[in-house]
Design a protein around this ligand. Structure first.
Ligand code: 39S
Ligand code: MET
Ligand code: ZN
Length: 767
């Protein structure tokens, strides 16, 4: 018989009613002092920890909670504070901490990027030449002691040294092993020693980078690092935790001199199981099994997971097991009981963080004391899943048939790009270097207030629509005044791009309180894809053609692409994602047709999440990219040759997927580039891009108004490697988070830059 404990890897930070977000934002806007913020955050920590204990978690985590981001916490703990923040030693003030995350008058914020393949963003640690990392403050220790005062023996959680360094920037790859072994490992050792002295039993070291492609050399260094850590604190038990996929070098990993290893048996199920079967598992180590999906909101099929446990018991017999979610519950909303308005079949099968913790206790109960003890719960669980599966909205046979019958022509434009371009040039007669924006204009407090009034019933549908139309018309005027070439309607009717479409497509539903942290205090409310997706009525044609009716200039239609819809939703898990992508692509195709027939000649299908969804292991990239490209092409290939298809991408590095981007066959792509410091341009030095392209000329994430000189420089640099006839001028991304004054001033300058560069090139071309 093995000992069994339930454990949790991390708990959502935001709170049932986004209390955390509200506390932070009140402080940032000056409404509450630091002391009150700290008090409120402490109350939340207390509540979160006790909730987990009440839910029967034997090893509740501490140190996972944060004022902004856990990667930033780790950097700050080790004193990795870039010089520009003017920190002069000692514990870091909250002001400096927030400055690193958000920037201030004197210093630009640290870079932010995607946390593996999720929609969570972390603050990128920056190494600088002269930095001397030291342990400024043992944060996990403080969290551990606080929990102890509250009578809870908690499990500190910390980002492991390997993953931490993998996520950092500012050093040469040659320095990796030295920084890992000589710089970081001693500091981690100190953290562990102090925890050991304080009486901690376990520490969880998160090493999700283990699921990416790890080299043999890296594995060696890791072994050295963990041997030193284990020696440093022999009385503390080290759990190396992996998640998001199967581990790459399983047989090496299980030889690490640690006390426990955590595997993801949801996202890495097949490969991790095969490894367990092939190599076994050391009897003296604790196996931590990720059995509950920590990234999606579906109830766990409990019987299936109990069977899995029995199956694993047959092949390995380690000292003890921890039953746990597949990853931190940071990626799911807090409490599904808050959702009262979902269709009953769906309500029966969703589990947010709280329900997931309940499931853990049931698995433990069933495994320890026999399934008969939990028979009733198992039966309810199976019945709910069965009822959901049989619900009429799960399958739409006609849609499946239509998609199965599609032939290659449905995925290919009628004419190749060169011919389309010729027709488009005549049709649109744009100037050289046409200017445009990415879609959204400021979601001002008035816009949000209006939407709230409509949502709560204070305003009628009619009144809200009038408001949105007025705002659209005002911004069409502003864009004409500024002199942009291709206009947009401004997306005032949208909360979030994916959330908006979920309301209009068959197969989606949305929650009321299902918020998930995206970065800092910013949250998203991912829709749920619960059944076959189908188009049932035009979604955007009315707004777009209304905007078009107000101007002689062309107005771009604006849609969200299939891959982004999937990545930013909670997607059904009974159907391959490639099928869901085709269903969404097929529905969007009908919307594209509707836009075209209502007189919209330029249609943009955004795919900002395409890059973030790249699998963590390279050998899986091709299948993913093929699927993304197919779905996009299905959505966009039906139109006339002169209809111009645009797409847009942001938030990432693109140089390794340029080929896939090209096969989307979009007439024009606008792509974020101002933050990646010309890296993208390097990619085009090797191989130019033969379709229309606009490299973002300014960063929209900052309130700063860009100067003409810097925009001009960006454009000139791009034009050294990209053909001028296909080059567009636009910002990095949508402008919904900016203020009107900033937008107007920035775009005026952007248009002036376009005019200057036109004059310059007109001379070159005519001479
Ligand atoms: N899904 C998604 N993922 C994405 C992005 C994206 O745009 N969408 N962009 C990237 C960066 N991520 C981002 C994520 C969130 C926000 C963001 O601004 N979120 C807002 C919420 C946006 C929203 O839906 N707002 C609602 C209002 C929700 C709300 O709080 N309403 C209040 C009232 C608001 C008021 O009176 O002002 C209430 O009901 O009490 C609306 O527009 O209607 C926030 O957390 O503050 C921005 C970027 C990557 N991932
Ligand atoms: C995150 S990409 C955003 C694209 C969208 N059309 C916008 O402008 O907001
Ligand atoms: Zn964008």
């Amino acid at each position: 018989m093995v000992n069994v404990y339930t454990s949790n890897l991390g708990y959502p930070r935001i709170g049932k009613r986004r209390e955390w977000k509200k506390a932070l934002e009140s402080h940032w806007s000056g409404k509450i002092e630091q002391a009150e913020l700290e008090e409120r955050i402490k109350t939340l920590r207390h509540e979160y920890l006790h909730t987990q204990v009440e839910k029967g978690v034997d090893l509740p985590p501490v140190g996972d909670f944060t004022y902004y981001d856990h990667v930033l916490d780790t950097a700050v703990m080790f004193g990795l504070i870039p010089k520009r923040f003017g920190h002069d030693g000692g514990p870091v003030s909250l002001d400096t901490y927030f400055a690193m995350a958000r920037g201030n008058q004197k210093a630009v914020a640290c870079e932010m990027t995607k946390w593996f393949d999720t929609n969570y963003h972390y603050i990128v640690p920056e190494w600088e030449e002269e930095m001397v990392p030291t342990l400024l403050e043992n944060r996990p220790l403080r969290a551990f002691r606080e929990a102890k005062r509250w009578g809870i023996n908690a499990k500190p959680v910390i980002l492991g040294p390997f993953t931490f360094l993998k996520l950092a920037k500012g050093f040469h790859p040659d320095q990796f092993s030295r920084l890992l072994l000589d710089t970081l490992t001693p500091l981690y050792a100190q953290v562990l020693q102090e925890l050991e002295a304080a009486g901690a039993d376990w520490i969880q070291l998160d090493e999700p980078a283990f699921v990416t492609d790890v080299t043999a050399a890296e594995m060696e260094w890791l072994h050295t690092a963990y041997s030193r850590l284990a020696d440093a604190a022999p009385g503390l038990r080290l759990l190396v935790q992996t998640y998001f996929d199967s581990v790459s070098a399983y047989s090496d990993l299980i030889r690490l001199p640690v006390h426990g290893i955590g595997l993801d048996l949801v996202y890495g199920r097949e490969e991790n199981l095969a490894s367990l079967q092939k190599h076994g598992f050391p009897e003296d180590k604790v196996l931590a099994l990720g059995l509950i999906d920590g990234r999606n909101i579906w109830k766990t099929p409990l019987q299936k997971q109990l069977n899995l446990l029995e199956e694993i018991r047959e092949i390995v017999s380690p000292a003890a097991w921890m039953l746990q979610p597949s990853c931190s519950l940071l990626h799911v909303p807090v409490d599904a009981a808050e959702e009262q308005e979902l269709p009953s079949e769906l309500a029966g099968v969703i589990a947010f963080a709280h329900e997931k913790l309940d499931e853990l206790s049931i698995l433990k109960e069933g495994f320890l004391h026999g399934q008969a003890v939990v028979a009733e719960v198992l039966q309810e669980n199976a019945a709910a899943i069965e009822t959901f599966d049989q619900a009429s909205f799960r399958r739409i046979p006609e849609i499946r048939k239509e998609i199965a019958n599609l032939t290659s022509t449905a995925f290919t434009r009628s004419h190749p790009f060169a011919e389309r371009q010729e027709q488009q040039e005549k049709f649109y007669s744009f100037p050289l270097f046409p200017t445009t924006t990415i879609g959204s204009f400021p979601q001002s407090p008035e816009v949000r207030r209006a939407r709230k009034k409509w949502r709560t019933g204070e305003w009628s549908e009619e009144r809200y629509r009038e408001f949105v139309q007025k705002e659209t018309a005002r911004w069409i005027g502003i864009q004409e005044e500024i002199g942009l070439d291709v206009l947009v309607h401004g997306e005032f009717e949208r909360t979030d791009m994916v959330e908006y479409f979920s309301d209009k497509l068959t197969g989606f539903s949305f929650t009321k309180h299902g918020w998930v942290q995206s970065y800092g205090s910013r949250c998203v409310k991912p829709p749920i894809i619960h059944g076959d997706v189908a188009f049932h009525a035009p979604m955007t044609a009315e707004m777009s053609s209304y905007a078009q009716s107000l101007t002689e200039k062309k107005v771009k239609g604006m849609l969200t692409g299939p891959t982004t819809m999937i990545r930013w939703s909670f997607v059904r898990d009974d159907l391959p994602e490639s099928e869901v992508a085709l269903q969404i692509g097929y529905a969007l195709r009908q919307e594209v047709d509707a836009l075209e027939s209502s007189g919209i000649a330029i249609i943009q299908v955004d795919e900002p999440a395409l890059r973030e969804g790249l699998p963590l292991k390279k050998h899986k990239w091709k299948a993913y990219l093929d699927q993304a490209v197919r779905a996009f092409r299905l959505a966009t290939s039906s139109v006339q040759p002169q209809t111009q298809i645009h797409t847009h991408m942001c938030y990432s590095e693109f140089h390794d997927i340029i080929d896939a981007i090209q096969t989307l066959d979009a007439d024009v792509i606008s792509i974020e580039s101002s933050r990646s410091h010309g890296e993208l341009i390097h990619a085009f030095e090797e191989k130019t891009y033969p379709l229309g392209i606009g490299l973002g000329v300014y960063d929209i994430h900052s309130p700063r108004i860009p100067t003409e000189a810097e925009m001009l420089q960006t454009v000139e640099r791009a034009l050294r490697v990209l053909p001028p006839t296909l080059f567009w001028i636009n910002p990095d991304c949508g402008l919904k988070t900016r203020r009107e004054e900033e937008v107007v001033a920035s775009l005026q300058k952007m248009v002036q830059v376009a005019q200057a560069i036109r004059q310059q090139w007109q001379k070159t071309i005519t001479s």
